[in-house]
Design a protein around this ligand. Structure first.
Ligand code: NI
Length: 178
């Protein structure tokens, strides 16, 4: 399947899966988050060749389907094949674990995946480091910033471009509030 067809099928699947969901704190469709993550990944793929581009973009577009929608791992295997399904599963927190362990567990599983999956996690946090909501406490902002540092330290080696972008986002995050 061509890169364009892989992009289109994953984008259509994600749009249907996230239908009705909005970006937290806004009225904007959740698909905006997904497409911004795909944009960050595609910029990295262009600057740093050597990844399976179709695989990377499908993991980016589908990265929140298992965690945030009724889509199952088995459905992803049937529709996109096991490598993509495994990538998305690694990017999904395991809700059966205590909250404090979910991120570290996901990062460990991402580390066992191709570097394209590492790119998606870096891109996801770059996109999520928007100015924190007004109601967030300084503790919550500091914790989110620290979590981003852990992601950068664990996965940054996969992409100098995304690592630099994430480092800049972390430096600017919550300035004036923490
Ligand atoms: Ni996400």
């Amino acid at each position: 399947m061509s890169y364009q067809d892989r992009y289109t099928t994953a984008a259509q699947f994600a749009a249907a899966a996230h239908a009705g969901q909005t970006v937290t704190g806004t009225t904007l469709p959740y698909l905006l988050h997904v497409t911004l993550v795909a944009m960050e990944v595609s910029a990295a793929l262009r600057a740093e060749p050597g990844h399976d581009e179709g695989f990377a973009i499908q993991c980016a577009l589908l990265h929140d389907t298992v965690e945030d929608t009724s889509v199952s791992y088995a459905q992803l295997v049937a529709t996109f094949g096991q490598p993509v399904a495994d990538g998305v599963l690694a990017l999904s927190k395991d809700p059966t674990l205590p909250k404090g362990e979910q991120m570290r567990d996901s990062l460990r599983r991402i580390q066992a995946q191709p570097h394209a999956v590492w790119l998606v996690k870096l891109a996801d946090r770059i996109v999520n480091l928007q100015p924190p909501p007004q109601h967030w406490t300084t503790e919550k902002i500091a914790a989110y910033k620290e979590e981003a540092r852990v992601i950068l330290a664990t996965l940054g080696a996969a992409s100098p471009l995304l690592a630099a972008r994430l480092a800049a986002k972390i430096a600017a995050y919550g300035v004036g509030r923490v």
